[in-house]
Every structure is written in structure tokens, then in C-alpha cells.
Ligand binder design. Sequence first.
Ligand SMILES: *[C@@H]1O[C@H](CO)[C@@H](O)[C@H](O)[C@H]1NC(C)=O
Ligand SMILES: *[C@@H]1O[C@H](CO)[C@@H](O)[C@H](O)[C@H]1NC(C)=O
Ligand SMILES: *[C@@H]1O[C@H](CO)[C@@H](O)[C@H](O)[C@H]1NC(C)=O
Ligand SMILES: *[C@@H]1O[C@H](CO)[C@@H](O)[C@H](O)[C@H]1NC(C)=O
Ligand SMILES: *[C@@H]1O[C@H](CO)[C@@H](O)[C@H](O)[C@H]1NC(C)=O
Ligand SMILES: *[C@@H]1O[C@H](CO)[C@@H](O)[C@H](O)[C@H]1NC(C)=O
Ligand SMILES: *[C@@H]1O[C@H](CO)[C@@H](O)[C@H](O)[C@H]1NC(C)=O
Length: 482
Amino acid sequence: MCSLSLLLAAGFWCLSTVAATATRPDKIYGVNLGSWLLIENWMLPAEWERMGGERCDDCSTCISSEFEFAKAYPDTVDEMFEEHWNTWFNQNDVDELVSLGINTVRIPLGYWIVESLVNRDLEFFPRGGINQLARGLKQLKEAGIVAILDHHALPGAAAINQLFAGQCTNSPQFYHRFNYNRALIWAAVMTGLSHLHPDFSTVFSIHAINEPIMNASRTPGHGDYQRKFVKTVRAMESLLGIGTFDGTYKAKRGEDLLYISVDVGLAFSSSTKENCPFGDVCDVIIEALPILGEVLDQLGSLELSSVFGLVGQPPLETNFMDVTWQYNNPPNAADIAMGPQSYDNHLYYNFGGVADPNPKAYLTHLCNLDRVENAVKNRNVPLWFGEWSLATNFNETNTTDAFLRDWADAQKLQYGKDAGWIFWNFKIENSTLAGETARQWSYTEGVRRGYFTRDPAAYHNASVCEQYIIRNSTTNSTSSSA
Ligand SMILES: *[C@@H]1O[C@H](CO)[C@@H](O)[C@H](O)[C@H]1NC(C)=O
Ligand SMILES: *[C@@H]1O[C@H](CO)[C@@H](O)[C@H](O)[C@H]1NC(C)=O
Ligand SMILES: *[C@@H]1O[C@H](CO)[C@@H](O)[C@H](O)[C@H]1NC(C)=O
Ligand SMILES: *[C@@H]1O[C@H](CO)[C@@H](O)[C@H](O)[C@H]1NC(C)=O
Ligand SMILES: *[C@@H]1O[C@H](CO)[C@@H](O)[C@H](O)[C@H]1NC(C)=O
Ligand SMILES: *[C@@H]1O[C@H](CO)[C@@H](O)[C@H](O)[C@H]1NC(C)=O
Ligand SMILES: *[C@@H]1O[C@H](CO)[C@@H](O)[C@H](O)[C@H]1NC(C)=O
């Protein structure tokens, strides 16, 4: 027995036997665990106000984000968030998801969950989320539900005036070398945890960046980040004896594995890059190893036995938004894949720009959707639809129960064509302030109201699209809008 974290920090390796990392289900029937470890107050306005948060039209002008909250309440923020984390997602929620046949969750996370990445002089976020993540993953694992770790709120903020960025700002600072580097360290740490920590063994994929700015001219370096993200994940895995790195660093069994791991670990501990085989992500790995050690310490000591337990674990799926998310000559992550990789498409009709605002136009557009076909052309498969909802942008008198039933069926049909779908969100607060938000944004409420079938693989009407399919025309391109 030895303490993994101490040995990691010392640059030596003593690895545990852990359950194999999960793999993607044949078909994903999933929900997002939104507003759990990353709050967007519109999903829980009453709780947010009770905590001391505020809501405002221009989210940069009040205490609306986690950043502003932590800044305003430095002494109590951790305690308040601890309570939120415990109540918003717990065993009752897991049980409900199991009863509804959900097999996958996507977990939106902020970079600050890896606490030493935060510059506390300038950046304000709650602490303790990593223990909650481990707690939730353990409950999910016991329930047989697999997980995608979604880097949703990136260092410096990667989206404009969005609560989901963790900080509401019109000047996102993510797309710079320093912040890319922090995001890569985050990826290295999450990769290490996913393979080493038993509670994380239900993780099968890590999402590199949620919804980057769509205009690729405004995300300089994004392609390089994608490339290094893949390299970072694979470098960590090859350190652990999993998979291959650039074809040169093969996982080996038995003595050889021990040798390779110890060798590279020692090279890093002596702060020399001489023996580092990972090219331009060596710095990231060198910085990440002690942080991984700290995080493992924070999570408590592990029972460790054998160095050979990791061999044979499947590598993680690196996951990216598909290339149509951006315009202006975006990088295609398919070009830099190394090992298993999957893609994520998000489609919301309610923000406009997709179809005319009426039921018939929605269903006509949806039933003729060509996104999976485009993804095949772009080599962006397997593809899942990682965010969608029942929200509309037309008059509520037209948003009838009958329509929402058809709308739910049709979206499941279309989004389930390849790897599957993940609804946003698993729940919405039930309160006067939240009003009817749950009706179109909560999966569990959607089931209660009969829009979703209890069995996610079933439909009320599997022929719902029949009358909307335009048989005699090439289907229209719907790229880059969501
Ligand atoms: C995209 O970003 C570039 C650089 O900021 C800008 O010049 C261009 O107008 C933007 N395009 C659109 C459609 O907003
Ligand atoms: C496809 O495009 C044509 C011509 O632009 C348009 O008339 C038709 O309504 C579109 N069909 C769908 C399903 O959007
Ligand atoms: C409802 O949608 C129909 C078209 O499907 C439209 O003619 C009607 O005006 C809409 N009603 C309202 C109240 O928006
Ligand atoms: C919906 O349409 C009805 C009837 O046209 C109208 O009275 C109501 O104000 C509209 N509601 C919204 C939210 O636009
Ligand atoms: C939501 O709250 C209302 C009023 O308290 C209650 O009647 C209803 O059952 C609640 N719904 C759920 C799903 O808990
Ligand atoms: C199922 O959808 C088809 C096509 O829209 C429709 O013709 C049929 O009546 C629907 N069936 C039921 C049971 O609603
Ligand atoms: C179907 O579309 C093709 C190509 O647009 C056209 O040549 C053909 O005449 C159409 N057939 C019918 C029955 O409309």
C-alpha cells in the first residue's frame, strides 16, 4: 500500500487497481446536470435569490454569476455552495434518472473545480466542488450511469455575456496562451482522475470546450488548443500505461509498464524535460502532475495495490463541438484525432434563426434536419446532440401539450440518429419565480407532463415526422446555427 498522491507529487508512480473506465453506451439517452457544479440562475431563481444572488437583464451588472457571487460573499460562498451542491443533485435525482432509463449524464464544470488553477487575487469562485463531483460520480456509477465531463466555463471566460461562462463579461479572455494552458492542465488532471480515482471510473469522455464563440475569427489559437487537448489527454494516458501516444509510446504489460511509468515520472520530478516524449505538451504535463497529486489528496487517500490495474482500461473519448458550430474557416477537430474521439452538436430553436416561429415550421425544419449527414461528411462522427430543449420562440397559445409531445418525439428521433441525445436540463426549480420554465426545460418535468415517454427509447408517435418530410428535394443545409 502506498499513498498515490504523495508519490505523484514526488514524481514516482504507484498506481491503483481501479474499475475500468466506462465506455459510451450504444445509444446515449442523456440529460445535462446543469446548474449543479456551475449555476445559471435562470434554472433556480428562487434558490439563487435566497443564497444572496441577484438577477438582471445585463448579467454583467449584478451578482448574477458564480464569479460575482464569490466576490461578494468571500466568507460564506463555500458554505452556501456546499448546500446547493448537496440539494440540487443527490441520490433522489440519481434514482429518478435511473427510473427513467437515462444512461448518460453530461456534467458542466468550471475550471475552478481544479482549485489551484484559480488566481485568487483576480478570480473568485467557490471551493470544494471536486469532492462533490466525486460524490455524484460515485452515486451515478452505482446506478450504472456513465458521464461526460464538460469543460463548460473556461479560464478567463470563453463566451460573451453568458452565465454559463461562470463570469459574465463582454470581453472573454479565454482565447490567449495563458488561459489555453490552464485549460490543458485541467484536461490533464481530469484525465488522470478519470483513470485513477475509482469514483471517476464512470467517466468515458471529456469535452474540450463548450460552445466557443461562433465567429472563428474571434477565437485565435482555438485549433491549436484542440490539438494540444488531444495530445494532453493521450500523454496522461500513456503515462498511466493506457493506449498509445503518437504510436511511439505503447502501453506494455508487466514489468515494462512499471519501467516506463517510473522512468517518465522521475524525469518529471527532476524538472528536466530531457526524457519527456510528449513534445509541446510536456510543460502542461509537468505542471499538471503535482496538481493532480493535490487533487487526489483533497479527495482523500485511495486504497492502492497494483501498478498493473490500468492496463487494458479503454482510453477516454476526446470530445469537441462539431466543426459547424463555428464559421469563418474554423478548425476541424477531426484533423487532430488520436484515439477515440466524438463530437457534440447543440440545437435550440427558441433563440431564433433556425426556423420560422410556428409549430409547422419547427417540425418541417427538424424533420428534414441534415446535421448528422453533414457530420459524416465532416468526419465529425460519432456525433451526439449534447444540448437541446423543448423551448420555442412562438406564442404560448401555440405551444400546446400536443405540440410538445410531437416536438419531443421528433427531436428524439432526429437527434438519436447517431450516438444519441442529451437534454438540457435534468431539472428546473419548482417555484413561483421559475414559473413555467420547467415545462420546456426540465426532462423530469417533461416526463411527468407526458411530453416524454417514460422509456427514453420509445415514442408516443414514431411516425411523427412523416407528414413533414420533404421527399422531393435535397434537404437544406442548417450549418452553424443553433
Ligand atoms: C468576425 O470577427 C471578425 C474579427 O473580430 C470581425 O471582423 C467580423 O466582422 C466578425 N464577423 C461577423 C459576422 O460578426
Ligand atoms: C429549403 O430551401 C428552399 C429554398 O431555399 C425553401 O423553399 C424550403 O422551404 C426549404 N425547406 C426547408 C425544410 O427548410
Ligand atoms: C399559431 O400558429 C399558426 C401557424 O401554425 C398561426 O397561423 C397562428 O397565428 C399562431 N397563433 C398565435 C397566437 O401566434
Ligand atoms: C399570444 O397570442 C395571444 C392571442 O393572439 C395574445 O393575446 C397573447 O398576448 C400572446 N402572448 C404572447 C406571450 O405573445
Ligand atoms: C411544484 O410546486 C407546486 C406548489 O407547491 C406543487 O403543487 C407541485 O406538486 C410541485 N411539483 C413538483 C414536480 O414537485
Ligand atoms: C403520428 O404522426 C403522423 C404524422 O404526423 C400522423 O399522421 C398520425 O396521426 C400520428 N399518430 C398519432 C397516433 O397521433
Ligand atoms: C423532384 O425534384 C427533382 C429535382 O429537383 C425534379 O427534377 C423532379 O421533377 C421532382 N419531381 C417531382 C415529382 O416533383
